[in-house]
Design a protein around this ligand. Structure first.
Ligand SMILES: Nc1ncnc2c1ncn2[C@@H]1O[C@H](COP(=O)(O)OP(=O)(O)OP(=O)(O)O)[C@@H](O)[C@H]1O
Length: 605
């Protein structure tokens, strides 16, 4: 079993570090100010300490030993601050990183949820935005900012040390900065994963993440066991992780030859500079206290090479950049222009005129020139082979997408001229893959909170689900007192959701395989109840079950994206076409039975 995944596309590389620092500021300005202030003070302290040490030595070696106490106190305070500040810096860094993560997550959620359509959710770069702050693609942002602080601190210590050293000896400062910075980039690349997020690394990580999910997520648990994939999953995870490490190593491997050259330069350069400083002291050009300060500062200059913007900064910047770049893309991708018109509160007529439609980034059209009319208050069943476009029609009616050609008319008004939000309040729909909300039964039946508890109970009763659990029970095992339901019970809850929608004023009911998980007796009862409860409401029914389909006022048979046959059950049977063939095929395998309510249903022979 091999898994193919599309390579993640690059999210661009425009001034990512600048974007990171702007994002830190925008995440919480006051914390960003505290972060920078602590960083700068923390970087200055080692130089102050070096200067004060020299001063204390100077006082001790002075003939009168005068003014030692103030110098010692200042040294002590500086030492104390050097012990305390890093802890404060760590706390502030982690808090700022967490705020950054929150701020990015907020923005990515808004960018995903805000557009009225769905097309943006199929954007190929969306995976990158979803991976923000997941620790398998790098450390979480709170840690990344902590690491960024550490390496920036080192770099700033180096810079301040060099500047302070210049006061004692400009040539020593200049020489050491030249030596260390000439090796800076080389050494930095040798010790960290500068390029670790190559396309190959990302792809291998995707595979490893997927194998991990197969082992850990309940939704895969059944198949993993049933197909005996347990060992395969563990083995694939281990080998993909190893491949990941190899890919990361290859992306970031040491440049041994450069490192040897750089080390030689550093060793020789430092021997010369320190030798010259010692020579200056011995020659009497420098007092001892200056030599002591200068030596400490000279050691501190090395940090210009070992500090800077590390791989953690790259990771954090990538996350910020992903959100920054995708945010403006997602909005337009999922945007639907909205009109201001609303549908009058009465039975509605739905008409599709010459409708063409292709999914975003899909070459093949689902329809080209589809015509269909559903009279006000009537039910229309749509049947057809898998993939012919039944669910797509339901999505177009909900206006999750716009047709690429033609028009959808609601009471003669183009759907695009209607206010999208108010139109959706007039629809009650249940899709094949309806959402199971990890919320109470009440919230599952009435997610929008439009109905009273009595109406919710009545809807559950009509859907045959009032006896399952009480309204406050969380519908997921993971919660205290929570429970889960069988497939059929969940479907009854989804149907109750539709009935609740009808009670709160929906005029278009869309039922996409509404009874697929019900037992045959339950299906017959359920569907006749549904029709009774939604009587007078324009209803679109999508189903492969002809025992259900036959009850609709009219039936449309879709073939090759067009309506091939149209009429009621008797007319279509008489027409002796596609419908009859499909019906006969199913009917030949069933006999008619009656349930306790005297309703007719079919049983497989
Ligand atoms: N999000 C999507 N992006 C691209 N193509 C899609 C998408 N959703 C569906 N399709 C394609 O559109 C066509 C129609 O799909 P649709 O789900 O409407 O079929 P259907 O008639 O409801 O099928 P079924 O009976 O299997 O539920 C199919 O070829 C499908 O592969």
């Amino acid at each position: 079993m091999e898994v193919e995944t599309a390579a993640p596309t690059s999210v661009g590389a425009r001034r990512p570090m600048l974007q990171l620092f702007v994002a830190l500021w925008r995440a919480l300005p006051i914390l960003a100010v505290a972060w920078w202030s602590l960083l700068i003070v923390g970087a200055v302290l080692p130089s102050v300490f070096a200067v004060l040490t020299g001063r204390v030595i100077g006082r001790i070696s002075a003939p009168d030993g005068g003014q030692l106490a103030p110098a010692l106190i200042a040294l002590g305070v500086c030492f104390l601050l050097m012990q305390v500040l890093p802890h404060a810096e760590s706390v502030v860094s982690m808090s700022l990183g967490s705020r950054l993560a929150n701020w990015l997550n907020d923005r990515q959620m808004r960018a995903s949820v805000a557009p009225a359509g769905l097309a943006h959710l199929e954007h190929p770069d969306l995976a990158a935005i979803r991976d923000v702050d997941r620790s398998m693609s790098g450390p979480p942002l709170y840690l990344a900012i902590y690491f960024v602080r550490g390496s920036l601190h080192r770099f700033l210590v180096g810079v301040v040390s060099a500047l302070t050293l210049a006061v004692y000896s400009w040539w020593a400062a200049l020489a050491l900065v030249a030596i260390w910075t000439s090796t800076h980039w080389l050494l930095r690349e040798s010790s960290v994963w500068k390029d670790r997020n190559t396309t190959e690394v990302d792809l291998t990580r995707q595979h490893a993440n997927y194998a991990y999910a197969l082992a850990m997520e309940p939704e895969f648990a059944k198949e993993v066991r049933l197909f005996g994939l347990s060992d395969w999953v563990v083995e694939r995870f281990a080998s993909w992780r190893l491949e990941l490490y190899d890919a990361q190593y290859l992306a970031t491997r040491l440049r041994e030859r450069s490192v040897v050259g750089a080390a030689a330069l550093v060793i020789v350069g430092n021997i010369v500079v320190f030798g010259l400083m010692g020579h200056g002291y011995l020659a009497g050009d420098w007092p001892l206290q200056d030599l002591i300060s200068a030596v400490q500062l000279a050691v501190g200059v090395q940090w210009v090479a070992f500090g800077g913007l590390s791989w953690a900064a790259d990771d954090a910047a990538t996350a910020v950049q992903a959100v920054n770049q995708l945010e403006p893309l997602l909005g337009p991708a999922g945007h639907l222009s909205t009109g201001a018109r609303t549908v009058p509160n009465r039975q509605i007529e739905v008409e599709l005129r010459e409708v063409s439609f292709s999914y975003p980034r899909s070459e093949s059209p689902v329809y080209s020139g589809l015509n269909l009319r559903i009279p006000p208050g009537k039910s229309l069943a749509i049947v057809g082979a898998n993939g012919v476009g039944k669910t797509s029609l339901a999505k177009l009616l909900c206006r999750f997408y716009d047709p690429t050609g033609g028009r959808i008319l609601i009471d003669g008004i183009d759907l695009r001229d209607l206010d999208v939000e108010s139109w959706r309040t007039r629809i009650a729909a249940v899709f094949q893959d309806f959402a199971h909300f990890e919320r109470s039964l009440r919230d599952n039946v009435d997610p929008a909170g439009r109905c009273t508890d009595d109406e919710i109970r009545a809807s559950l009763r009509d859907a045959g689900a009032d006896h399952i659990i009480d309204l406050d029970t969380p519908m997921a095992k993971g919660y205290v007192g929570g429970t889960d339901l069988s497939g059929g019970q969940w479907q009854r809850v989804a149907l109750a959701r539709v009935l609740c929608g009808v009670r709160s004023g929906a005029q278009l009911v869309i039922l996409d395989e509404p009874t697929a998980n019900l037992d045959v007796s339950g299906e017959a009862t359920m569907f006749s109840r549904l029709l009774a409860e939604t009587k007078g409401t324009t209803t679109v029914l999508i189903s492969h079950r002809f025992s259900t389909v036959r009850m609709a006022d009219q039936i449309a048979v879709l073939v090759d994206g067009k309506v091939a046959e149209f009429g009621n059950h008797d007319q279509l049977i008489a027409a002796d076409g596609h419908y009859r063939r499909m019906f006969d095929l199913q009917a030949s395998r069933f006999t008619t039975e009656y349930n306790e309510d005297g309703e007719q249903y079919l049983v497989l022979e």
